[in-house]
Design a protein around this ligand. Structure first.
Ligand code: ZN
Length: 124
């Protein structure tokens, strides 16, 4: 990894540290079918856009706005994945909608989710 790549990766991590909690807050503001539809839409968009355009998240696209759109797909996809038990890990951050909405640098899956799962296994 070059020095430039390291800088880009660190900037991506810093930006995601702010963006993913904002996306989780957007979902919190929704309820019922509207929320479920947003989650489905964000998931489908991320699954389509990130594999196809992941390169322009790290490196500027030729067409104005394409990198921003790809970054937004990534943030929405990470927010949706953070809703799952254990959360999601990316570029060294772990986001869990239940326990670490602002992201933590730590082990994946979410340590609090694992502890809760172990506690439920021991309980009668
Ligand atoms: Zn958790």
């Amino acid at each position: 990894m070059t020095g430039h790549d390291t800088i880009v990766r660190e900037l991506l991590a810093c930006t995601l540290a702010a963006a993913v909690p904002l996306r989780l807050a957007e979902l919190d503001a929704l309820a019922g079918e509207t929320r479920e539809a947003a989650i489905r839409g964000w998931r489908e968009d991320a699954l389509e856009q990130i594999p196809a355009h992941g390169d322009i998240i790290l490196y500027p696209a030729k067409k104005r706005g394409e990198s921003a759109a790809a970054f937004n797909s990534l943030t929405r996809g990470l927010a949706v994945m953070a809703l799952n038990p254990g959360g999601v890990e990316f570029v060294g951050h772990v986001w869990c909608a239940m326990h670490s909405r602002f992201g933590v640098t730590g082990e994946y899956p979410c340590v609090a989710c694992l502890a809760a799962e172990r506690a439920s296994e021991v309980a009668p």
